[in-house]
Design a protein around this ligand. Structure first.
Ligand code: 6PG
Length: 261
C-alpha cells in the first residue's frame, strides 16, 4: 500500500485500541516471517493509551514479546527516571506491565557523558542488530503541532544529517527539553510499517496540513513521502474532513465501537 490509510476513531480510547491491534498484528507478522520483530516506540503522551492497551488487553498474549526488540524514535536528554523521559513512560505503560526484562530493550544511554556520545552508541547498536540496511518492522510515531516527528523539527539541521547517519542530536528543540537524541528521517523511513497516532483538537491544524500536499516540507510529510505502508490513526477531535481530498489517500471512519479486547 503506497498511500496512507487514515482511520478516524470517535475518541482516544478507540484510537488506542485500533492502533494497538494493528501494531500487534505487524509484530506477529514479523515474528512469523523472520522469528524476530524490531519495534520503534514513539515518545510523548499520545502513544501511552496504545501502550496500555497492548499491555493490558487480551492482545498482550498474542505477541511473543521475547522476540521483540524495542527501540525509541527519540529520547529527551534527561535522567532515565525523569517524569518526562520517553523510556520511563514506555517502561511504565508497556514494558513493566508485560514483564519484559530481556536485553533487547534498546534505550538511548542517557547516562553517557554527552548526548553526542549517546547518539554514537545508539548508532552502533543499530548497526549491530540491523546491519547497514536492516528494516524496522513497526515504527510508531506521534506528530507535533508543528509537524515534527521524533525530535526532527521543521527547519532543523537534523533533517539533513551527514550521509548514512541514523542517529542525531538536536540541541535546540522548540519543544522542551531542548536537547534530544533522535533517529533520522532515513532511519525512521527504513521500516516495513509505520503507525502514526494523532489525537486531540490541538492537532487539528497539523492534520489539515497533512491533507494538503502543499505542506510537503514538514518532517511528517517528508516521512510520508518515503514510507510505503502507513496507517494513520486519528480521533474525531483532530480530524480534518479535507483528508478525503488528498489524491490516493484512503480514509475509513469507525463510528461503531470496535471490540475493546
Ligand atoms: C517527544 C516525541 C515527539 C512527540 C510529539 C507529539 O519526545 O516529544 O518524540 O515527537 O511524538 O511531540 O507529542 P504528544 O504525543 O505528547 O502530543
Amino acid at each position: 500500500m503506497d498511500h496512507p490509510l487514515i482511520t478516524v476513531l470517535p475518541d482516544p480510547e478507540q484510537l488506542a485500541g485500533a492502533a494497538a491491534r494493528h501494531i500487534a498484528a505487524q509484530l506477529q507478522l514479523a515474528i512469523a516471517r523472520r522469528g524476530i520483530a524490531h519495534c520503534v516506540l514513539a515518545g510523548g503522551r499520545t502513544p501511552l493509551p496504545t501502550y496500555r492497551f497492548l499491555a493490558q488487553s487480551t492482545l498482550a498474549v498474542t505477541v511473543d514479546w521475547g522476540r521483540v526488540h524495542f527501540w525509541w524514535s527519540d529520547e529527551r536528554w534527561l535522567p532515565a527516571d525523569d517524569a518526562a523521559s520517553n523510556q520511563r513512560a514506555a517502561r511504565a505503560e508497556l514494558l513493566e506491565p508485560l514483564a519484559i526484562a530481556h536485553p533487547w530493550v534498546h534505550t538511548v544511554d542517557v547516562s553517557a557523558p554527552t548526548a553526542a556520545a549517546a547518539a554514537a552508541d545508539y548508532e552502533s547498536c543499530l548497526s549491530r542488530w540491523l546491519g547497514d540496511r536492516g528494516l524496522f518492522d513497526v515504527v510508531v510515531l506521534g506528530v507535533g503541532e508543528d509537524g515534527h516527528i521524533a525530535s526532527l523539527f521543521p527547519g532543523s539541521s537534523t533533517l539533513m544529517p551527514p550521509e548514512g547517519r541514523r542517529v542525531v542530536v538536536e540541541h535546540l528543540a522548540p519543544k522542551l527539553p531542548s536537547v534530544r537524541v533522535s533517529l533520522t528521517l532515513m532511519a525512521l523511513a527504513a521500516a516495513r510499517s509505520h503507525v502514526l497516532l494523532i489525537e486531540g483538537k490541538t492537532k487539528a491544524g497539523v492534520v489539515r496540513q497533512l491533507c494538503e500536499p502543499s505542506h510537503s516540507d514538514l518532517p511528517i510529510q517528508r516521512l510520508l513521502a518515503l514510507a510505503r505502508n502507513v496507517r494513520i490513526y486519528v480521533d474525531e477531535a483532530a480530524f480534518s474532513h479535507r483528508c478525503v481530498s488528498r489524491p490516493g489517500w484512503t480514509q475509513e471512519t469507525w463510528t461503531q465501537r470496535p471490540p475493546t479486547s
